[in-house]
Write a protein that binds this ligand. Structure first.
Ligand SMILES: Nc1ncnc2c1ncn2[C@@H]1O[C@H](COP(=O)(O)OP(=O)(O)OP(=O)(O)O)[C@@H](O)[C@H]1O
Length: 330
């Protein structure tokens, strides 16, 4: 099977999904448009409940759209489901390996499902095991593997049938930083060696930096879509985070004296201003509260996320959001 798709690997137009939940309806996806070029690594971000899983499930033909259309690897996800399925690889959050089988047996089982001939299967299995640095563990039962090794094997399995588009839903969730970094190394390597398109959801903003483009979804809509660099430049402000003796008073004074809205994020009073370093002296003279520490940072993808969703990605995992210092900037 050729690994090359010309033009768009994923094309989505006015895609919607409405769930019926008891006597009311949930509009999980509200008419989104997306285009992912072949060969790109595309990051799909958003707070919990934004509609990411629903979207990815529609793209993978697991769920039918309510309306609109989506083409993956050139085929329609509803009317050409089998063609789509043959050309995509899936690595979802749930662990789906057979722990009693060896690494190689798990991959062979998958190769059989996709109808790969014996010679092709052997070649691909050797290649993908090499790619995720598990070649020397091919004969070990998966039960003996660490969390990171299992994840790598899941990725290898998603690649056995040489898909044109690989869908990764939170591929590094719960892994330690070294293993996360290693998995991204494998993904980069994969991109160098093949023309695969990778569509990935993540809660880790540092990982989103690896993507060629990012879409941030919120409340069933695409809030913004661009390259990581362009998104960061679009913010145009620095972020100041303060530890104080009295956050409430600090927030009130910042509003009163500086005319800026502040919020508490991850335990720090946070504001967004154009030239952060120039504002710091005023904080000390005008707030009248004891300031333990101040940090000024240039815009990061965390700030981008906060600007467009009103939450940090870590806040968004909690039960409630918090005040958005970047509010009104969209
Ligand atoms: N089977 C379902 N029936 C009814 N409502 C659903 C169903 N699946 C999801 N939803 C609702 O649709 C909305 C979007 O959910 P979805 O799981 O797609 O979001 P998400 O961005 O993937 O979130 P997470 O990061 O938590 O996985 C939510 O309001 C959710 O409660």
């Amino acid at each position: 099977m050729s690994n090359t798709v010309r033009g768009a690997a994923i094309e989505v137009a006015a895609l919607t999904k409405t769930y019926k939940s008891g006597d009311h309806q949930v509009e999980a996806v509200k008419g989104i448009d997306l285009r992912v070029e072949a060969g790109q690594t595309y990051g799909f971000l958003g707070p919990n409940g934004a509609g990411k899983s629903t979207t990815i499930e529609m793209l993978c033909t697991i769920r039918n759209p309510t309306s609109g259309s989506a083409r993956v690897a050139g085929y329609d996800v509803v009317t050409q489901r089998d063609q789509v399925r043959r050309r995509i690889g899936l690595v979802f959050q749930q662990q789906t390996l057979d722990l009693q089988l060896t690494a190689e047996q798990n991959l062979r089982f998958h190769a059989d499902l996709y109808g790969l001939g014996r010679a092709d299967a052997e070649r691909r299995i050797a290649e993908v095991l090499e790619m995720v640095a598990l070649a020397d563990r091919r004969s070990d039962v998966v039960m003996k593997f660490s969390g990171g090794m299992k994840r790598r094997l899941e990725i290898a399995r998603g690649l056995v049938h040489a898909p044109q588009v690989l869908f990764l839903d939170e591929p590094t969730i719960g892994l330690d930083p070294q293993t996360r970094a290693a998995i991204w190394d494998y993904l980069h390597d994969l991109r160098q060696r093949t023309e695969i398109t990778v569509f990935v959801t993540t809660h880790y903003m540092d990982e989103a930096e690896h993507c060629d483009r990012i879409a941030i979804m919120d409340h069933g809509e695409i809030a913004v879509e661009d390259t990581p660099e362009a998104l960061k430049s679009s913010i145009g402000t620095d972020r100041i985070a303060l530890r104080t003796d009295d956050d409430e008073l600090a927030i009130a004074r910042i509003r009163e004296r500086l005319g800026v809205e502040a919020g508490v994020h991850e335990g720090q009073v946070t504001i967004a201003v154009p030239e952060g370093a120039q504002v710091v002296p005023r904080l000390f003279t005008e707030l009248g509260v004891h300031i333990h520490s101040v940090t000024v940072t240039r815009p990061s993808l965390d700030d981008v996320f906060m600007t467009y969703t009103g939450r940090t990605i870590r806040d968004s995992e909690g039960p409630q959001g918090s005040v958005n210092p970047f509010a009104g900037r969209r």
